[in-house]
Design a protein around this ligand. Sequence first.
Ligand code: GAR
Length: 192
Amino acid sequence: MKKIAIFASGNGSNAENIIRYFRENEYGAEVALVVCNKPGAGVLTRAASLGVHSVVLSRAEINDADKMLGEMERHGIDMVVLAGFLLMVPDFLLERYKGRIVNVHPSLLPKFGGKGMYGRHVHEAVVAAGEKESGITIHHVSEHCDEGQVIFQASVPVLPTDTAEDVEAKIHALEREHFPRVVKECLNESKS
Ligand code: GAR
């Protein structure tokens, strides 16, 4: 059984979808660990109610190689999935999990990416710019924010009447539809 760690900072709807996807299908993989940097985040409640082990680590702990690699090794982690994780991934993890760390970003990168562009802020910027479409980008994680190799993109129309909340709902639907499957495909392609 391959083991996935999900890193998340917020509500955790993507984390929950991925946990359920691997639980409900026999793909030879499971989410074995949720890493969160925000005490009280929704993802922790979701992980607990689904019986998935979670750990809250500060930014300093996440950047501590011994602590972090120890945690990953203890759970036998093969792949890392960022799902609304708002910290940069430290170099030692990028090195250890080369090609096996993926992120979902709620826009059509390279548009609306980079520092400060996360969650609702992205959708507000999309609406303010009068964009006619938005979407999701699933990409490999590199040392540069939102710049790793793109694996998959999907788009949806943005209507002139759409609010940021409307766009967010469409984006979450796209994430629900595609992210778990793309994670599975990446896991199958990775050699580990
Ligand atoms: C998702 O829409 C994800 O694409 C976005 O945060 C949301 C987390 O929702 N990620 C980023 O903005 C990363 N730059 P969730 O906590 O309900 O999964």
